[in-house]
Design a protein around this ligand. Sequence first.
Ligand code: ADP
Ligand code: MG
Length: 344
Amino acid sequence: MALSFLNFLSSDLGIDLGTANTLIYVKGKGIVVNQPSIIALEDNSDRIMAVGQEARQMLGRTHQGIHTIRPLKDGVIADFEATEIMMREFIKKANVNRMMIGRIVVCVPSGITEVEKRAVRDTAERAGAREVDLVAEAMASAIGVGLEIDAPVGNMIVDIGGGTSEIAVISLNGIVNHTSVRVGGDEMSHAIIQHFKKNFNLLIGEKSAEDIKCTIGSAVALEEEIKTEIKGRDLIDGIPKTIEITSQEIREALNDPINTIVEAVKLSLERTPPELASDILDRGIILTGGGALLKGLDIRLREETSMAIHVAEDPLTCVVDGCGKILDHPEQYEKVLLKQKRSN
Ligand code: ADP
Ligand code: MG
């Protein structure tokens, strides 16, 4: 009786712990946290100065006493302690009392090692979860976009996140094959930084590069090409400078990372068993993750693969939406949860 009363009061959470963004879904409330996966700490004391959006604003703007950390790299935990701090802070922002957390469903990339899974599980437990379940990100986003994941048909999901692009073929509640490349949105922003360094001796910040990518970056020629200005520091005379840039040149700068993603999709199609490949031909490929928002990426993939490409309605939230559905309908999605070998 006491236990069921506790269950009634406790909150179940779905967490998309992404390299770029962390989202938290609270059962019965919806998505309550959607913040960059960044924390800012004071150098000597490691006191938390800011998390999420506020910490992102500090990126590249910190003075000597503060440093910013992105605790995840390539979809997995790179800094255990920082991830734990970040998760706790976000759960606080979600207005959930850590003593009252019931179940947490967390997404992890396909192909992560047992040790990496353990790290995610431990982090969620230390954040207060009484029960932790892991689910593959591709599976969660398929559920999030509303695919019939338990049907004997193949679906291909291409998720372009911050650190990686993951391509997965799903059928009958499982992942048939997956391909992952360590190229995603960060690499695109990095390519823009390199472009200005190499061709203009101009140093631009990470945040400016990302803003440029999102506003004028593209994967195919635009009907109307865009011009804008960018500010940076001249590497020769050290003076701040503004130059005019065009969407054409940014597209060129993005060419390498985009090609890597396109090639990975093609490779994945080649690896797909024929019956499932023919399903994908019928149904098309679904693009998720923030990178799916790059202008013309869908057109570029369509041109290169001859497949229909559908950008998810909400590419940045479909993973956490999937976690939410798993929490809302536990029996229906029991089968998609990842089994973990117990180490103790
Ligand atoms: P992760 O799951 O790794 O946290 P997300 O799915 O949240 O990643 O996607 C974040 C990435 O998407 C970032 O690199 C961000 O710059 C990129 N992104 C977001 N919006 C756009 C946009 N409009 N155009 C291009 N890239 C975008
Ligand atoms: Mg993601």
